[in-house]
Ligand binder design. Sequence first.
Ligand code: FAD
Length: 391
Amino acid sequence: ESPPINADFYGVEQKLSAEDHALKMKVSAFLEAEVKPIVNNYWLHDDFPFELIPKLAELNICGYVYEGYGCAGGSSLMDGIIASEFGRIDPSIATFLGVQSGLAMGSIYLCGSEEQKQEWLPQMQQLKKIGAFGLTEPEVGSGTAGGLTTTCKKTADGWVLNGQKKWIGNSTFSDITIIWARDVDDNQVKGFIVRKENPGFSVEKIKGKMALRIVQNGLITMTDCVVPESDRLQNANSFRDTAKVLQMTRAGVAWMAVGCARGAYENALEYTLKREQFGKPIASFQLIQNHLVEMLSNLTAMQTLVFRLSEMQDEGLLKDEHASLAKVFCTLRTRDIVSRAREVMGGNGILLEYNVARFLADAEAIYSYEGTKEINSLIVGRSITGFSAFV
Ligand code: FAD
């Protein structure tokens, strides 16, 4: 008889209050019942399960950490636990929520005026309006801090935006996209709430992705796209304000990676306990146990790291380099864990129905988005050496 699978080896989740634990269980039960059974098929068909949107709204977890505007005003720790639970079942749905709740709502929460927050946050919290976040461009990915080519220019009618944005999650169906553009007059980065019906704004779906296939990523083109001054994020005055949003969401990606790794580990361990070769469960072989222990070691290190990360966030101590270090470490370790999970499952490891292949593929995208390993490492490097090595 094998012991029950316990992927919280150091019991970090025992620190949660009874109330937080109940919310975690509610989210987990929802994911098992409503999300797990359908995701492989949607992933295979590169399609989004729109029927989940009202059910996700009922969970009341969008914008979980924000105060007011219908949001729960909860802790960063619990927000992370939720992201991890989603990642554990499906990194694509976790990413959909990360874009809505973190990148899009976060931009408005951190950089919007009171009127803009009143207009958008309650509706987005309820997922009645969907948001996207457009920073990356076809020719400018890692270099967005100094190199945005999408421009904005103030005119008598408001602002005129020109340029392209690539990879923008949710943008094929979002009601609004936060667009970051460089002001041709003062050369500073500004943010805009661009509505899907804005003239001069068009989106084309990016096809052929081999990771996070449920997330609908778009290529946005803006041609003399006119946006009123009232839709300019009133408190976004430079890239420093964009970076505030990214600091928060990178912490979320670290948690999501923990979930992705945990999902793969749990499925792989379960498989090795059942699968027999040479007349014995493969889990009884030393070389398989070594893989399992390597996975658990990394997972446990990640879990303890993100717990402290969120505590720092809640204590107001989080800096860019802390979020970047967690993002790098967790997404890098996740890549190792998902590949070992696949390995111990032999051929079945590459079949979607065995619930590890999706994590294996999705880990690649998580590793690269919200700043690659190199860019986040350079943010940490700058903080510990005082030298900026970006250029
Ligand atoms: P590049 O910047 O071209 O980098 C290529 C390689 O060069 C990388 O390994 C990089 O680390 C390395 N490199 C670049 N500069 C340096 C340097 N100075 N020193 C050392 N190495 C360097 N963006 C959004 O704005 N919104 C979204 O919703 C969004 N969703 C995404 C979803 C998915 C599935 C993916 C894959 C991407 C998404 N992105 C989104 C874009 C993502 O943030 C970028 O892909 C990422 O920032 C890297 O940019 P790039 O792909 O252009 O790579």
